[in-house]
Design a protein around this ligand. Sequence first.
Ligand SMILES: [Zn+2]
Length: 470
Amino acid sequence: MKYTTVIGLEIHAELLTKTKVFCGCQNSFGSRVNGNCCPVCTGMPGALPVLNKRAVELAIAAGLSFGCAITKNTRWDRKNYFYPDLAKAYQISQLYAPICVGGGIEARGGRFIRLNRIHLEEDAGKLVHTRGNTLVDYNRAGVPLIEIVTEPDLRSAEDAAEFVEKVRRTLVYAGVSDGKMERGSLRVDANISVMPEGSGVYGTRTEIKNLNSFKFVKKAIEFEAERQAEVLNGGGRVIQETRRYDENSGETFSMRSKEDAHDYRYFPDPDIRPLVITDRDIERVLAEIPEPPQKRFLRYLNLGISAADADVILENKAVSDLFDGAVFAGANPVAAANAVKGEILRHYNPAEENGDIDMSAEELAKALKLAEKNEISGAGLKTAIRCMLLEKMPLDGVLKRENLIIKEDSGLVASVVKKVVENNPKAAAQYKNGDAKVLSYFMGQCARELKGGALAATIRAELERVLNSD
Ligand SMILES: [Zn+2]
């Protein structure tokens, strides 16, 4: 029997705050082990949490980016469980009144993926396994985290991976999270079930924990859906459980039977008051959020950019901002997109850089306009962009040093064309007999003689004039 895969995701994203969510410890990656800890985040008796307002603002920003409703009276619950990375033996989370509800974004093929909720909680510490011992690093304990929970609306592993990228991009644009999956800033749990094709009744689901790359999201879901289909086709039944994905074998393994909310004995946290969020709070956050990537995408299509190119530009916010700046300064959008796709992304690797591109959008626009007016050549434009980007040179400096402004000497062009045509009587005859292809041969000969001292369009016009005259 053939099956349809049904997927719901829980995406955990660490928030870009300076300090942790319930204490003043630094929220930073790569600090000295257990260097960012205090009695609160290590659960010492009597230590009391104080809520970080910035974490609340960023959670609201995430909610607004996905069109969620913001809960005006939100509150905190204790999720009780024992594990060495959780010193208090409970996590402060939100079960009953999550900070954001509803919302969603469009996935591939126009399918709308609904969000169930976004709640704010604290991260746990990290276990470090070494030479037969297990050590605990509490630097991550108490780092603010949002959990974005979708409805089971996704139907393929590929759609799920693409959706995670869309969510990641949205969070990065809004300044909510750095979205670095390789650092664990963004982690995905996937709930997967299969149902017979055409059926509307979901099967029993399993949950795969802690997927930390798009590739693993896709591979783990593919494997798990196939495994469940095999179990069902073999006459067995799928057991509701939590599974682990092994990156080396590409398989999922049973970890434990799936726990339900009541297993955690949730109850309202008596140490933190419920939080009232006002319309003014929401408006203030709204004013802070830059235009989200989905909106930019539609705007780019309207500018005449292809969907594929728009996607390339949007992959990185600094690149998208530079593109927008250049277009705003008067550059032709398609020329700007080509420059981004070509010379800029050839030398600027968003994965290796942190933050902005050190290049002026106005200068880029100026260079593009010079190329459009044929005052510099296509190759000259590439040189200009490369020098501005890598050597941080002002455009004027590059133009002078590289001698990029084309000063055409019409007399010289005419004499070179005349000489080249006279030296190639055979090719000239071929052209006159209707073989237009030899024109590019002539173009090459002339360009070599002129050494970039003339535009291709000028050479072509002169060539055609000479070849067509008797
Ligand atoms: Zn602390």
